[in-house]
Design a binder for this molecule. Structure first.
Ligand SMILES: Cc1ncc(COP(=O)(O)O)c(C=O)c1O
Length: 379
């Protein structure tokens, strides 16, 4: 038979699937995958049940139902003083993942250069390969995960179309400083490139609050802000995400969305519209619970002898391995000998080999799960 698409045939199984399989085979506690092992809030699930029973079961409008776009817009205003017109500056997608795919497809021509901070979330690279972009990685350097401004400047040329930033950042837990974003802004304005800002962990922040990239005044027009409700409501299976940006960008992103998925699960949009409009109290509890989980895991890992960083955001904590250890073999040993699964971080890098010196633990887990993992690690 004739060969399949040249690009797709090179895609490999993701490291998350590989580690999960190994965890299941070894009956290990799975702190590798980035989603909760507990359900989302029952009041939000009840809203979805009601929407299903109320007959919201046919195709939704392709841009997303207006009440959901209005709720998203109102939250940008309420939390960040950012204006996005719900009518033409927001499109609802199947999770942030689809928003990323549609945005990259809508913007990038073959040969365009795209700067990505590594370590990076794996779907960026796959989408960039499909768009036949030239991927230019810039390393966030251990131990503080700052980029080197000179390296960033050297990575940018007149062919740079787009820079992708993920803030708060998976897997490092970093929140980019205002100074770092201002440096990016200067370059974006000088070299006229777009910014794709993946902010799915916007509400999972601890000591610092999140600042959207688009709230830096000079970046508003050239930034596509992507987020979703998966992490915020612990309902990753609902896949309600969106892209927000200027009307020309959103129109182009929607052009891809209408021919990839067309629209997003209607009853879940109805529920999320109401949940997003009423989440102040929930957010307080959400942040408090995750802060406790972070502290439980980080302090436990430290007692177990790991060199762990305190993440500023996200639900991931990175541990630096002792010299001479390498992430993939370390994770395999951890699963087999200690019955705990983590993620080797080299999978998040293209250029640097710094990733082989770290592993990532996810603390979006019940306290009992975290405690059992720590017990297995010898506490
Ligand atoms: C950085 C980052 N972006 C996007 C996503 C995907 O978001 P969604 O589930 O809304 O598609 C994830 C999920 O783990 C993520 O970590």
């Amino acid at each position: 038979m004739k060969p399949l698409n040249n690009i797709v045939s090179h895609f490999k199984e993701s490291i998350f699937s590989t580690m999960t399989k190994l965890a299941v085979e070894n009956q290990a506690i799975n702190l590798s995958q980035g989603f909760p092992d507990f359900d989302g809030p029952s009041w939000v699930i009840d809203l979805a049940t009601k929407a299903l029973q109320d007959g919201k079961n046919q195709y939704a409008p392709s841009f997303g139902i207006l009440p959901l776009r209005e709720a998203i817009s109102a939250n940008y205003k309420r939390y960040y003083q950012l204006d996005y017109n719900p009518h033409d500056e927001i499109v609802v997608t199947n999770g942030a993942t689809e928003a990323l795919y549609c945005a990259i497809t809508a913007l990038v021509n073959p040969g365009d250069e795209v700067v990505v901070f590594e370590p990076f979330y794996d779907s960026y690279y796959a989408c960039l390969l499909l768009a036949q972009a030239k991927v230019v990685p810039v390393t966030l350097k251990i131990p503080h995960f700052k980029f080197d401004l000179e390296e960033l400047k050297k990575s940018i040329s007149s062919k740079t179309k787009l820079l992708i930033i993920n803030n708060p950042h998976n897997p490092t837990g970093k929140i980019f400083s205002n100074h770092e974003i201002e440096e990016i802004a200067k370059l974006a304005n000088e070299f006229d490139f777009y910014i794709l800002s993946d902010e799915v962990y916007e509400f999972l922040t601890f000591e610092k609050n999140h600042t959207p990239t688009a709230s830096f005044h000079s970046l508003k027009d050239r930034t596509i802000t992507i987020s979703s409700t998966g992490k915020t409501f612990g309902l990753t299976g609902w896949k309600i995400g969106w892209a927000a940006g200027n009307p020309q960008l959103i129109k182009a992103i929607h052009n891809v969305h209408q021919f990839s998925t067309f629209c997003v699960a209607h009853p879940l949009q109805v529920a999320m519209a109401q949940a997003l409009a009423n989440m102040d109290q929930y957010l307080l509890e959400f942040k408090r619970d995750y802060l406790n989980k972070r502290d439980l895991l980080v302090s436990g890992l430290r007692k177990a002898g790991f060199n762990v960083q305190n993440p500023e955001g996200t639900y991931f904590a990175l541990a630096f391995l002792p010299d001479g250890e390498s992430d993939i073999e370390f994770c395999q040993k951890l699963i087999k000998d200690k019955k705990v699964a983590a993620i080797p971080t080299s999978a998040f890098y293209l250029k640097s080999n710094e990733g082989s010196s770290m592993i990532r633990f996810c603390f979006a887990k019940k306290n009992e799960t975290l405690q059992s993992a720590l017990n297995n690690l010898g506490l």
